[in-house]
Design a protein around this ligand. Structure first.
Ligand SMILES: [Zn+2]
Length: 275
């Protein structure tokens, strides 16, 4: 679930609470999600290290620890975080728990074990995630329109796939791609090569505006409940058969490549077969 806007709000919550704090212990509640590449036993090795910095790139969250360790979390579709008190009930979906001084815990949960928690040395980060192949984060300073047109040019596939692939911009997933394309009034299955000059202009604007608006909303809605999935404000994603907020026409839901795409056939016209 977490895409750049969701993860940004989680980062902003955790940063002041965990930066500079010592990890006093850790627990791997369930195996499979944690991948420890340090060659050292995770729980013993992480205890006593300080969180020096928390940062995000796209859909990845990095906890940089003292003495050459990084916890890198890729929550994929089903992972999330809970900032908890040790006395809080441990839910069945909890996989990894980090204990912090001051009697606080950061818990990573995952409904389907799709996500990954890596425990690494800093020099292993790029090999593991190919983060260097990702495009600039979608919440970073936007590209200007001309650079955006140039950056789009190498891509030839359907425009939704171009957005979610992470190379043009990083951090846009299934949900925000639907939102961006609805805002830009572009048919999600349209090939990049078929986009008009005007459509690219609208795409450029929406690609940066939509996630930013979402961050502002999420900051208010999420608060300290960082485990909560807040998606109610979205215009089309997850809103199949509901009315389009722009024109009132019924929102379509199409499953392709194992993921659902929601769009408005009136605002985002296009042909499903030969587009
Ligand atoms: Zn519409």
């Amino acid at each position: 679930m977490p895409e750049a806007p969701d993860l940004q709000v989680i980062l902003e919550f955790l940063e002041p609470r965990l930066t500079g704090r010592v990890i006093t212990g850790a627990r791997e509640v369930k195996p499979l999600v944690l991948r420890n590449l340090t060659g050292k036993p995770f729980c013993d090795d992480i205890a006593g290290r300080t969180v020096e910095k928390i940062r995000r790139h796209g859909k990845l969250l990095f906890f940089e620890l003292s003495n050459d360790r990084v916890v890198l979390i890729n929550p994929m579709l089903t992972g999330g975080f809970r900032y908890a008190d040790p006395s809080d009930k441990i839910l069945a979906t909890t996989h990894v728990i980090l204990d912090f001084e001051g009697n606080r815990q950061l818990r990573y949960f995952d409904q389907k074990k799709m996500g990954m928690v890596y425990y690494l040395r800093p020099d292993q980060v790029n090999d593991t995630t190919r983060v260097d192949e990702q495009g600039p984060d979608v919440l970073d300073e936007p590209m200007n329109l001309e650079d955006f047109r140039t950056a789009l040019r190498p891509f030839r596939g359907e425009i939704k796939g171009v957005l979610t692939r992470g190379r043009l911009v990083s951090g846009v997933g299934n949900a925000y791609a639907d939102e961006i394309l609805h805002a830009a009034m572009i048919f999600p299955f349209k090939k990049r090569t078929r986009l008009t000059h005007e459509e690219v202009k609208r795409l450029h604007e929406a690609t940066y505006a939509v996630p930013r608006m979402a961050v502002n909303l999420l900051r208010r809605e999420v608060g300290d409940a960082i485990h909560k999935k807040v998606r109610s404000f979205l215009a089309v994603h997850g809103k199949g058969s509901k009315p389009c907020p722009r024109c009132g026409y019924t929102i379509s839901a199409i499953t392709a490549n194992k993921r659902e795409t929601n769009f408005c056939r009136k605002c985002q016209p296009g042909l499903l077969v030969a587009n």
